[in-house]
Design a protein around this ligand. Structure first.
Ligand code: FMN
Length: 396
């Protein structure tokens, strides 16, 4: 069986639950490793009031003992601190009806209407509660676990914000030499970026959006340093690494476009200015001087940094709401408002790291399978020796 995880939980329910299955035994994981990632997701200029209430902390229920994974399912809980204000409304037993919390003017761009039609729900809160991106906290907790596995093999996941609304920032070309600097820089930035000169322009754009009852989207880059060649496969559509990365980045709420490497710019250029030429010398072995392909050819990692960009639409809840329909009176009215972020691109980038960590960890375990970290290490070192011997591959 392949590595997998599921999440459950409603935005104002008791909390979020996650279960990670098929993690090998012997990976060092502490609750603090998970809490650190949860805190990274909660930051970012442009977030709403909710982030001030919630200070996410994980409680691990199973699968980790004495600081190491056991090989059994890892189950965890992140409590919603706001639940105490919602107990009567979100109870599993009989709920008290609070008219002001009933949602029947669906927000354009949110799951409210489509979900209500699909699940036959008069109160669209029954859709909102699960469609809310609060769920992504449970993904980030799982991502922290996958990152710990990857770190055992010196594989690191990073992200950096590229744009907020119309404001574009410079990004770094990330490599083995500068990834640590990048991590420090983006974690210090209120917008999770390296181009600090653009920070104030972006914050201004967010402030203006807030003042006008508007919202903003943007884009981020997410990547993996220390990638071995050979993850993913050209042999079937579902094993292609690029298709898995795109699908999982697209699974993040509000992400509406994904490109692998320079995918979009490449589509307008001649092949000679796109494809990354292959070089060889004694010192470096096989190597490239560019990485416009995003480290993947034929659905297989080629040993370069794997990187992709994800594009986020503006947040659908607007404090100056768009036209909608009241599904009780069938009159056109302004959409409902639920406490909301104005811009959440920095947080989405952290969720992006988690989803990418999942794809890479799953592909890694598929190739170097084993029940314990030691077993996987052995199989990885055999592969490394083979790459060096046959392909003069020096990087990993
Ligand atoms: C980290 C993050 C935070 C978000 N915060 C909000 C929010 O506060 N309010 C809101 O309306 N949508 C927010 N969204 C976007 C919605 O969850 C998303 O647009 C909605 O679920 C509909 O899904 P779709 O946009 O993929 O169609 C957020 C998304 C992410 C990734």
């Amino acid at each position: 069986m392949l590595l997998r995880f599921i999440t459950s939980g409603e935005s104002h329910g008791k909390g979020l639950i996650g279960i990670v299955e098929q993690m090998p035994a012997g990976v060092e994981i502490g609750e603090e490793d998970i809490n650190r990632e949860l805190q990274r997701r909660q930051k970012g200029y442009g977030r709403g009031g909710r982030m001030k209430i919630e200070s996410d902390r994980v409680e691990v229920f199973s699968g980790i003992r004495n600081g190491y994974s056991l090989g059994s399912p890892i189950a965890y809980l992140i409590r919603n601190q706001d639940f105490e204000n919602w107990q009567e409304i979100m109870a599993a037993g009989e709920c008290k009806r609070h008219e002001e919390k009933v949602l029947n003017r669906p927000r354009p761009g949110h799951a409210d209407l489509a979900g209500a039609m699909k699940y036959n729900q008069a109160d669209m809160r029954n859709i909102l509660e699960r469609a809310s991106a609060r769920e992504t906290a449970a993904r980030v907790a799982a991502g922290a676990i996958f990152k710990k596995l990857l770190e055992s093999f010196n594989i690191r996941v990073y992200s950096q914000v590229k744009s907020i609304g119309p404001v574009q920032a410079k990004t770094w070309q990330v490599n083995e030499q500068n990834w640590q600097d990048l991590l420090e820089k983006v974690d210090e930035s209120p917008l999770h970026l390296v181009d600090t000169e653009k920070e104030s322009l972006m914050m201004e754009a967010i402030d203006q959006a807030r003042a006008k009852g508007e919202s903003l989207g943007g884009s981020f880059e997410v990547g993996v340093i220390g990638m071995p060649p050979g993850l993913g496969s050209h042999t079937s559509w579902e094993s292609r690494l690029d298709s898995q990365i795109s699908a999982l980045l697209m699974s993040i709420p509000a992400i509406k476009a994904v490109e692998i490497g320079e995918g979009i710019a490449n589509s307008a250029k001649p092949g000679s200015r796109v494809h990354d030429e292959i070089f060889y010398n004694e010192e470096e072995g096989l190597h490239r001087k560019s990485n416009r392909a995003g480290g993947i050819e034929g659905g297989i990692s080629n040993g370069e940094t794997v990187w992709a960009r994800a594009y986020m639409k503006p947040i659908p809840t607007l404090y100056k709401p768009l036209t909608s329909v009241n599904t009780k009176s069938w009159q056109e009215e302004k959409a409902d408002i639920e406490r909301s972020d104005i811009c959440a691109v920095p947080a989405a980038a952290i969720v992006g790291e988690s989803m990418l960590a999942f794809v890479i960890a799953r592909a890694f375990l598929e190739k170097f399978s084993g029940d314990s970290l030691d077993e996987i290490r052995k199989s990885y070192s055999v592969y490394q020796a083979y790459l060096k011997r046959v392909w003069k591959w020096e990087k990993i």
